[in-house]
Write a protein that binds this ligand. Structure first.
Ligand SMILES: [Zn+2]
Length: 232
């Protein structure tokens, strides 16, 4: 009888905990893409021409800077108009980390990219890491944010050991500095709206307005005049 009571209590406790967790998840997620691992292979623009990622809710376990301690040696676009990535550098054979959780959809030599890895994330983005001396994960593998996936090298078209890092949506690269502050090796903790324009280009904006509307008036007044901008 005593055993029965303990079991009942445990069951009650577990179901309460599960319910609480389900509610938390519902509240936290602004976009279905962030919850469904199985949805990672879908086109985020399949249903509508825009989707949102709320990085404000991302915990330290949910994102990682791909090469901690690195500095940018060549930005996206810039002087090299066709540069589709951001070149970041530390030292040879340093650990390259997955930016977010996701499925490895390419791992191997890929033309000028040398040893290259592409990960498709549940949040709708893809990231690419190339010129690696060694790839440590295979296609089909689900990796966690921060997991070491490769070692830095200079395979392919590269004159020095570095990571050519790309952020993409369905293969189309956009400037990774929109979402990563490369000076601080940090994710920008904002709500981003990714929009497919009629001419096929991608527009990235911050969902500032809707967020402001949700904030109490006094918070707004306090921050109003000295709103920091970090889009240099
Ligand atoms: Zn590059």
């Amino acid at each position: 009888m005593k055993n029965f009571c303990i079991h009942t209590l445990i069951l009650l406790f577990m179901s309460a905990a599960l319910t609480a967790r389900a509610q938390d998840e519902e509240k936290a997620d602004i976009d279905e893409w962030q919850t469904l691992k199985v949805e990672a292979a879908r086109d985020p623009f399949e249903k509508k021409n825009q989707f949102t990622i709320n990085f404000r809710n991302y915990t330290v376990e949910e994102w990682a800077y791909p090469l901690p301690g690195a500095h940018v040696i060549s930005p996206f676009g810039g002087a090299r108009a066709h540069h589709a990535g951001t070149d970041i550098k530390t030292c040879p054979n340093d650990s390259v980390h997955a930016a977010f959780a996701g499925e490895v959809i390419l791992s191997g030599p890929h033309y000028g990219y040398g040893n290259c890895i592409v990960i498709r994330h549940a949040n709708g983005l893809e990231t690419l890491y190339s010129h690696n001396s060694k790839n440590l994960v295979k296609v089909g593998r689900w990796v966690q944010a921060g997991e070491v996936i490769a070692l830095t090298g200079r395979t392919g078209r590269a004159t020095t050991e570095h990571v050519h890092f790309e952020t993409r949506i369905r293969g189309k690269a956009f400037d990774s500095s929109s979402i990563f502050d490369h000076d601080r090796n940090q994710l920008r903790k904002d709500i981003f709206v990714f929009e497919k324009m009629p001419n096929g280009t991608l527009r990235i904006s911050k969902a500032e307005k809707s967020q402001e509307a949700k904030e109490p008036a006094k918070e707004k007044a306090k921050n109003g005049a000295t709103q920091p901008t970090h889009n240099q």
